[in-house]
Design a protein around this ligand. Structure first.
Ligand code: SF4
Ligand code: SF4
Length: 255
């Protein structure tokens, strides 16, 4: 077998091409100078992600304010990154027949470790009550590792206007089935009286009272949303606190 001499496939440059070859790379730089700037001005300007974007999780509530989570731990078992920790408890152990959620159990402890979460969404698929969903909020950076473990209070959906804060009894004459079917649309007068007797200073009483008396529409469940555009003052404060560095925090690795 004879060795063929190497022949490059690219055609050889002409004399002009050879002359300009050392500075040809600057042509890319020069042409880029006339293209529109695409720099994101984050965090001063925040771009909303697509509606189906999987961001931070949320634990949802029913319209009367009870929590949807029943502490079953299916989400924790489904998680491939071992990022969820759940401890359930019995509603029967709460005083005076109060409930945190419909049925027997509720999630007493609920944590998601965002240093481990890969936002795959398997946990929300596993949840039997649609208690766990994912929002559009992507602002999950933080300066401390411990702060990246979100507790139940951080994940629970805000109480919408007209909802009654738990614990309180389930709607009279219902079982958890009616709740799962979406047949509970608002708090009732009996629930209102129960809370008023035990927590007369509860801030949710007035809103729920208006709903019960027909003076306000039934509550619409709320969601955690992407935080609004940062004001200049807020950015300045943060820049001062971080020595001018405004961006992601230092959290990383496994906790
Ligand atoms: S999104 Fe995926 S990784 Fe994150 S908590 Fe859910 S199952 Fe685990
Ligand atoms: S979020 Fe859903 S799957 Fe996870 S413990 Fe609560 S009810 Fe069960």
């Amino acid at each position: 077998m004879t060795d063929k001499p190497y022949e490059p496939l690219r055609p050889k440059k002409g004399p002009l091409g050879e002359l300009l070859a050392p500075v040809a790379g600057f042509g890319v730089t020069f042409s880029s100078m006339f293209r529109p700037t695409v720099t994101e001005q984050y965090p001063r300007t925040k771009t909303p992600p697509q509606r189906r974007y999987h961001g931070r999780h949320q634990l949802n509530r029913y319209a009367d304010g009870l929590e949807k989570c029943i502490g079953c731990e299916l989400c924790a078992w489904a998680c491939p990154a071992d990022a969820i920790y759940v401890e359930g408890a019995d509603n029967a152990d709460l005083p005076d027949g109060g409930h945190m959620s419909p049925g027997e159990r509720y999630g007493r402890v609920y944590q998601i470790n965002y240093l481990r979460c890969i936002f795959c969404g398997l946990c929300i698929e596993a949840c039997p009550t649609r208690a766990l969903t994912m929002t559009n909020d992507y602002e999950l950076a933080g300066p401390e590792r411990a702060g990246m473990i979100y507790e139940k209070k951080d994940l629970l959906a805000p109480l919408a206007e007209g909802m009654l804060a738990a614990p309180h009894p389930m709607v009279e004459g219902t079982t958890d089935t009616e709740y799962y079917r979406g047949e509970v649309a608002a708090p009732t007068a009996e629930q209102l009286d129960w809370v008023r007797d035990r927590r007369p200073d509860d801030a949710t009483l007035s809103g729920a009272e208006r709903v019960v008396h027909g003076e306000a529409p039934p509550p619409t469940p709320s969601r955690h949303r992407l935080r609004g555009s940062a004001t200049k003052a807020a950015v300045a404060t943060r820049e001062a606190a971080t020595g001018g560095h405004v961006g992601t925090g230092s959290a990383g690795g496994r906790a």
